[in-house]
Design a protein around this ligand. Structure first.
Ligand SMILES: [Mg+2]
Length: 385
């Protein structure tokens, strides 16, 4: 069965985020990068600036010569990271497997989801629309049977584009492109290929395999395969977390039941939020209790998958009842969620209306938290009782 891989690449990401944050920059050539008078390079250039030949990684001084009337901006990476996280969370609503390949680039594996979504071009169009509506940012999507071809497809469709390569037509699509469009071909390989008379990816695909191997070793084998649009790389969720935990040491040791319950509720809110942000559910909830004499115990429960604050809180309360057996004050409480599984395309697969409503409730609560920060219900004052 052919895989269905989407490569989604944000267009002029940093520059466009700056425009969302400051709409007066719309339509103006914009260059994000180091000091134009210094030795920095261009991180991102709007398409208006690219018309003048400005591109990423170019020295700022050169960019300034090419496009002196551009607006020059120093990068604000925390803002870009925030937008990137928002895009990731939108994508997690639609795809069971999302790889964040870089701050502005994502791979989605939608193999087997065509029954759910029907036409993939339709889904990709919808993703573009939702991302634009929710973040104000344009992107380009390539669809193919593997990551390599999907990535090249999106690079060919930029900006604000959409391109699908039909399975079986990968090699044909690549054949006319210059060989340097193959990701991973550096300057020296490019030069060497040029010396061998290889200009297009098609030239490379037609080149005898054994000659490529004798010139480039093992890399030659891979070059030949990739030139034919073959790629087995899997979509991987990078840095997948094993657990989410949060603990707090009290200002003053306590055995006040209301205070302990409130603290647990606060901890649950925080770990639950992080869990849902990653589009993950947990099977195991662990409570950690440290008494004033430093004796520490943990109690766990493993059961069905949970990701809602109310369910996690319920389990944590029961664990506290089991754990809090000594008549000794408590100095620390902690919650850990582990045994994690990706929440598979929740939004679409819910059979149960109640489940669906609950999930959308948490999504809107989480969006409020994204906007206004955590600790909606509990001020920091509770730590100073
Ligand atoms: Mg990009």
């Amino acid at each position: 069965m052919a895989r269905i891989i989407l490569h989604l690449d944000m267009d002029a990401f940093f520059a466009n985020v700056e425009r969302v944050l400051n709409p007066s920059l719309k339509g103006k050539p914009l260059i994000v990068g180091g000091n134009p008078e210094g030795r920095g390079v261009v991180s991102s250039a709007s398409y208006e600036a690219r018309k003048y030949g400005v591109h990423a990684a170019m020295p700022m001084s050169r960019a300034k010569k090419l496009c002196p009337h551009a607006v020059f901006i120093t990068p604000r990476h925390h803002c870009y990271g925030e937008f990137s996280g928002r895009i990731y969370r939108i994508l997690k609503d639609y795809a069971p497997l999302v790889e964040r390949a870089s701050i502005d680039e994502f791979y989605l594996d939608l193999t087997g989801c065509d029954r759910l979504y029907g036409d993939m071009l339709g889904l990709a169009g919808k993703l573009k629309e939702v991302i634009l509506r929710e973040t104000g940012l344009p992107c380009t999507i390539g669809i193919a049977s593997n990551k390599l071809v999907a990535k090249i497809a999106s690079s060919q469709a930029k900006p604000d584009g959409l391109l699908r390569i039909t399975p079986g037509e990968e090699a044909l699509f690549l054949s006319r492109l210059p060989v340097k469009e193959l990701p991973g071909i550096g300057e020296s390989t490019h030069k060497k290929l040029g010396d061998m008379g290889i200009r297009t990816i098609g030239d490379l695909a037609r080149f005898p395999r054994n000659l490529l191997v004798s010139s480039f070793g093992k890399a030659g084998e891979s070059l030949w395969e990739r030139a034919r649009g073959m790629d087995r790389e899997e979509v991987r969720e990078r840095g997948r977390q094993k657990s989410f935990s949060q603990e707090t040491t009290f200002e003053k040791d306590s055995e006040d039941p209301l205070f302990l319950k409130t603290t647990i509720s606060h901890l649950v809110e925080e770990v639950g939020y992080r869990l849902r942000k990653h589009g993950i559910k947990a099977k195991t909830v662990t409570l950690k209790v440290r008494y004033s004499d430093f004796r520490t115990i943990t109690r766990s429960r493993t059961g069905g998958e949970v990701d809602g604050d109310a369910e996690i809180y319920q389990i944590a309360r029961e664990l506290l009842k089991k754990a809090h057996t000594r008549r000794v004050r408590i100095r620390l409480l902690g919650i850990c969620l582990s045994n994690l599984t990706p929440a598979v395309a929740q939004k679409q697969l819910f059979e149960d209306e109640r489940e669906r409503r609950k999930s959308s409730l948490y999504r809107s609560l989480d969006r409020i938290r994204d906007k206004f920060g955590l600790k909606l219900h509990f001020g920091s004052s509770i730590w100073h009782q």
